[in-house]
Structures are given as C-alpha cells and as structure tokens.
Design a protein around this ligand. Structure first.
Ligand SMILES: Cc1cc2nc3c(=O)[nH]c(=O)nc-3n(C[C@H](O)[C@H](O)[C@H](O)COP(=O)(O)O)c2cc1C
Length: 391
C-alpha cells in the first residue's frame, strides 16, 4: 500500500520519484505535470540542453569542507533552490501545497505558492512558520487581484512572484484529452483512472481541499464547480502589459520578482518597472512551444542585467548537477517545478524532502569533483560550454 515511505532510501534520482508518482497519481493529474505545450519541443529541450554543458573535472584541491548555503532573492538558503509555483499541487497528493511548503521550510529553502493552488494562502500560512513566496496571476478582476495581494501580505508573504508568460493558456494536448478539472469531473474515463488509484482516492477523501482554495468563496460569484470553470476561463488577461506591472509595484512594497523573462527587451522593462528579480523561464515548456531553453539563454541575460536585478532560472532542472550548471552560468538560484511535484505525487511531504535531499547531494558531490567548496566560487570556469550558449 501507500504507506511504505521507508523505501524512499532506494529512490536515487528525480527520475525514480517520477516513476513512483506515475504509479500513484491518477492519470489526468500525473499527465498535467508531465506535459508541455503542443509538440513539447521546448519542454524536451529545457532538460536535454543541460546535457550539452560538460563539467571541468579538477583534482588536487582541498574540498573536505563544502557548503551549498547561499542567498537567493535576499533570503538565506541552505542551497540555491526554491520550489516553483505549481497550480493544483494539491491534486498530486492531498493537502499538497501545505506538505510541500513544510518540506521546503524544514530544508531551509523558499516555497512559492501558486495563485491556482488547491490549499489557500491562509491554509499554508496556518501550517508553516516561515514566510513563503506568493505567485500572482494578474486576473481581469483587478479588485480580486488586489485582494489576493492583500491576503498574501496578511499571511506574512514578503515576496511576490508575478507570472507574465501566461496571457493566454498554452495547450497541453493531454489535458484536453483527459478533460482536466479540479475537482475532477466524473466520467467513465476519469472513473477508471481513479479506480486504478484507490489509495489516492482514499487519502483525498480525508482532505477538505479539493478545488482552487484561493478563488472559491473569495472571487465574486464563484461558489461551485460550474461557476469556477466559467471564472477561470474568463479571467486570464490577454491585455496584461508593463503598465499593470507598474500598478502592482505601486501596491506591493515587498520584494518583487517577474517570472517568464527570456530576452533582453523584457529584462530591461522589468528593471524599469522597479522589480528586484526575474525568473528566466518558459513556464517549463508549457506556454510558447518553440521558445529556447532557459539554460541556453541565461548567461546572456545575466550579463545584460548587470547586477541591477537578481537573475533566477527555472525550466528543465531535474538534478543538483543542473542546479550547478545554472549557477555557473550566472543564475543566483533556480526554481524547480516538476522535480518537487514528482516527489509530492510519489510520497507527499517525505517525497518532496527526498527530492530536495537528492538535489542537494548531487550538487554538493559535484562541487567536490570540480574542486569547489562554496556556491559563490562557481562560474563559467567550471564548465565546457558549446558555442550555441549565449555567453
Ligand atoms: C503542473 C505545473 C503547474 C504549474 N503551475 C504554475 C502556476 O500556477 N503559476 C506559475 O507561475 N507557474 C506554474 N508552473 C510553472 C512553474 O512555476 C515553473 O516555471 C516550471 O515548472 C519550471 O519547469 P520545471 O517543471 O521543468 O522545473 C507550473 C508548472 C507545472 C509543471
């Protein structure tokens, strides 16, 4: 049965956690994570491009004392990794956002809560002690958007992550075919998917969190599945522009991160808008299919940023070695989405902790083998970099 988390020690990689999540999470929710937009070309290259970077092995360096501690978005962290905002994480595992936030807190890294989470801002705040980051979608209903920011502030959040690469929803074919919704619609196909995952169903029955916790009961007129479906389909704002970011800046006096930056024009607009950080991101390949991978893009953006904003990266990070490569190319830290979502689906809080342990060990061990003892010493000198990387 599901209880056997003791065998997590046998789990050696994020890939192992992914295989376990596939066995434990109902298909529609597993597919929701393991998918990219349209042809999935960007989704695939996000990860495979990391493999084009090789490490420069060094020997004869005293690496007995090593530390992965550093600073990420002005927060001291035990390693430069944060959990990315992942919508519907509470469908990977009951109370998923609370469990992931707790695992991140215990590990000493930031957790970013999605606007489209299952557990609400208040649910997560009640179950954690450290401030978490809040990810904001700027909804057409600007009063509701302001309310979300206010609720985050009241819950102790000091960092707002505004996602800009989703003016419209990218299409993942699997979601269309699975008729994804939260809570799920019961059809003959979905019923079979759930009957195949009885332990997930049983555990979910004991959770009180089954739908978008930040929206239902808060947004005007949204109180059931039907009105929620209408609201979410109508509320993405394709008119979102830099003027709106200025408006957000005027209403948020905390640390502001803009997520979804892939080129210098947008980077400069972010700096002009007064944000303190960017996440170089293509939304994990879920939005613009055909966009370049972030690892190919990051070095050029770090150079262009010229230390005026902190540069973080996400999309495709599946190991501590990937983290190290991103840092060596100049990123201050990385966010991981699927890497933690697979851990969550595999074994709840223990699974997220295992994902973080794996990433940490891979990062720290690789540092030893390339002759480095601290994060701040990592740089392009640690890598063999092909010409296609913008450096
Ligand atoms: C299942 C899933 C749901 C996501 N939901 C959100 C979201 O609600 N808000 C957001 O800003 N990004 C969202 N993202 C994007 C992540 O924050 C992050 O950019 C992406 O997962 C990074 O790529 P990776 O999964 O390869 O690490 C989501 C990603 C996944 C996989």
């Amino acid at each position: 049965m599901f209880a056997a988390h003791s065998n997590l020690a046998q789990i050696c990689s994020i890939h192992d956690l992914q295989a376990l999540a596939r066995k434990r999470v109902p298909k529609m929710f597993y597919d929701y994570v393991d998918s990219g937009a349209w042809s999935e070309r960007t989704y695939d290259s996000n990860h495979s491009d990391f493999n084009d970077l090789l490490f420069r092995q060094r020997v004869g360096v005293d690496v007995a004392q090593r530390s992965t501690a550093s600073l990420m978005a002005q927060t001291p962290v035990t390693m430069p990794v944060a959990l990315a905002p992942v919508g519907l994480a509470g469908m990977q595992y009951p109370d998923g956002e609370i469990l992931a936030a707790r695992a991140a807190e215990a590990f000493g890294i930031p957790f970013a809560l999605s606007s489209l989470s299952i557990c609400s801002i208040e649910d997560v705040a009640r179950q954690t002690h450290q401030p978490f980051w809040f990810q904001l979608y700027v909804f057409k209903d600007r009063d509701f958007t302001l309310q979300l920011m206010e609720r985050a502030r009241k819950a102790g959040c000091k960092t707002l992550v505004v996602t800009m690469d989703l003016p419209i929803m990218g299409q993942r074919h699997k979601d269309v075919k699975n008729r994804l919704s939260a809570p799920p619609r019961i059809t003959a196909t979905s019923l079979i998917q759930f009957l195949n995952r009885p332990v997930w169903c049983w555990k979910m029955a004991f959770s009180s969190h089954h739908t978008f916790g930040n929206i239902v009961g808060h947004a005007k007129g949204v109180n059931n599945l039907r009105s929620l479906a209408v609201w979410t389909s109508e509320q993405l704002d394709a008119s979102l522009s830099w003027k709106d970011i200025q408006w957000i800046r005027d209403h948020w006096d905390g640390y502001l991160i803009i997520k979804g930056i892939l080129n210098t024009e947008d980077l400069y607009r972010t700096i002009d808008a007064g944000a303190q950080a960017v996440v170089v991101s293509n939304h994990g390949g879920r939005q613009l299919d055909g966009a370049p991978s972030t690892i190919r893009t990051v070095a050029g953006l770090v150079k262009a940023a010229n230390q005026q904003v902190d540069v973080l990266l996400d999309s495709g990070v599946r190991s501590g070695q990937d983290v190290l490569k991103a840092i060596a190319l100049g990123a201050q830290g990385v966010l991981v989405g699927r890497a933690f979502a697979y851990g969550l689906g595999a074994a709840g809080e223990a699974g997220v902790t295992r994902a973080l342990e794996i990433i940490h060990k891979e990062l720290e061990s690789t540092m030893a083998l390339i002759g480095e003892t601290k994060i701040s010493s990592l740089g392009a000198h640690n890598l063999i970099i092909p010409d296609q990387f913008s450096i």
